[in-house]
Design a protein around this ligand. Structure first.
Ligand code: FES
Ligand code: FES
Length: 175
């Protein structure tokens, strides 16, 4: 039986839904999602920090779950829905977590902010996740901030959590 093996520089076509838009993109088999987003799709909001799964700067949502885009091969994302920081705002309105980061000055250089925000949104939108202060600290421990803005980041996420809780309760009242 003859087996044909593609050389590593043969691109493969992958279908993705990126920020709610279906796209097809030709990627090398070894290309990671982070590089495809930044270099092929020009979505530079997702940052490259360590490139080794250690810093969280590259966090995106894959089918609603926060993941390090530097650790995920793009070809593994066939048919999946990817949300980046560019796709978080809705109808021109920032997500409450983005708003809270602005209100609380939860950044200095801002390099880690997209990853911090994407992790926080995934946490606060997960109905099964605990979101007390200790749980937030634990869930955010994979997102490093070299500027040490942790105190304000924590405050921003706690504030966004209260906002989302009160929004959910208002919506519940109208059912
Ligand atoms: S760049 Fe992906 S975890 Fe650091
Ligand atoms: S704000 Fe600079 S790394 Fe976090």
């Amino acid at each position: 039986m003859q087996t044909s093996i593609s050389p590593p520089d043969t691109p493969m076509t992958v279908r993705l839904i990126v920020n709610e838009e279906p796209i097809t993109v030709d990627v090398l088999p070894q290309a990671v999602l982070l590089d495809v987003l930044r270099e092929q799709l020009q979505l530079g909001g997702t940052k490259k920090g360590c490139d080794h799964g250690q810093c969280g700067a590259c966090t995106v949502h894959v089918d609603g779950r926060a993941m390090n885009a530097c650790l995920r091969l793009a070809v593994m994302c066939e048919g999946q829905s990817i949300t980046t920081i560019e796709g978080l705002a809705r109808k021109g309105k920032l997500h409450p977590v983005q708003e809270a980061f602005l209100v609380h000055d939860a950044y200095q250089c801002g390099y880690c902010s997209p990853g911090q925000i994407m992790s926080a949104v995934a946490l606060l939108e997960d109905p099964n996740a605990a979101t007390d202060d200790a749980a937030i600290r634990e869930a955010m421990s994979g997102n490093l901030c070299r500027c040490g803005a942790y105190r304000n980041i924590q405050a921003a996420i706690a504030d966004a959590r209260r906002h989302l809780e009160s929004q959910a309760s208002r919506e519940g009242d109208h059912l």
